[in-house]
Design a protein around this ligand. Sequence first.
Ligand code: NDP
Length: 335
Amino acid sequence: MEFRYLGNSGLKISEITYGNWITHGSQVENDVATQCVRRALDLGITTFDTADVYANTKAETVLGEALKDERRESIEIFTKVYWPTGPGGPNDSGLSRKHIMESINGSLQRLQTDYVDLYQAHRFDVETPLEETMQAFADVVRQGKALYIGVSEWTADQIRQGHAMAKDLGVQLISSQPQYSMLWRVIEPEVVPACEELGISQIVWSPMAQGVLSGKYLPGEGAPEGSRGADKDAGGNMGDFMTEPVLTAVQGLKPLAEEAGLTMPQLAVAWVLQNPNVAAALVGASRPEQLDDNVAASGVTLEPDLLAKIDEVLGDVVVRDAGQTDARAPKKRPT
Ligand code: NDP
């Protein structure tokens, strides 16, 4: 496993980070979730990403239980705040001081730790003054409950504003967590250049487009049994990719992966890691064997002619519109 600095900080993270959205506390049983965490550790993954909202807090509980006997200094635990987890009261979501202060305490309890390494704003809250949010995050850091702060799915302008305020408050905003894969490149025109300038890394979600880039979903056929695409709850977020043109184009990557001596999952994970602004690919896994496969992408270099061939094969199914970050952002606080 190779390690990269997270933004302009001294914190090193495993360039393949294990995330537990959709899987822990919902799609997979707790014993399989624990086996995945054990396998991740055995394979050299030290960094784990979760959020209070995953499986409505259960994902944090499962991860906390699986990691509780690990030496705390040897792992990095990331979590997030924004989406609602409580009974849906007016202050049960967003980035108000009240919700941030209450949420961090709940997360620490469930994760069985005194601090998280990174506390992330899971979206931008249009209803709370940004000054209030950043002051609350700074206080969480000063209380020792989080070491660094980050954001997720913020636009380049929002990142600039948040970074400037964090700097004035003396805290380090060092990461941005957007969706990024061969198929979804909307951060390239604006978010990545802004972050390079500010010393912020991307830790990217769904690098395998939720499994689509593994090539296991064949055009015109049903999703394989046991896959996320076949699960009526878990598969609900895969609409961007479960289309005939996308699935057909993805099949065209198979000979390229073979030629490079990689599996399709390895090609997908290695692809995002070629971007120097990416500090980690946040991979999911519903079973331990998937991690064996995916982790072999660490340290792989993809040659420029292979990258060009990938672009040629995928053609116009790739989404590059920078406006997608704002277009998909919540327009009011969720309840
Ligand atoms: P991936 O794109 O890596 O998809 C993971 C899924 O793909 C697995 O659960 C598995 O699903 C399938 N898969 C993985 N490896 C293989 C393999 N080798 N062969 C075949 N299928 C495979 O990432 P996720 O969508 O899971 O997201 C990863 C993490 O990113 C999350 O856990 C979370 O930490 C973060 N995230 C953050 C978001 C945000 O808003 N900030 C939003 C979404 C995710 P299956 O076996 O069920 O088909």
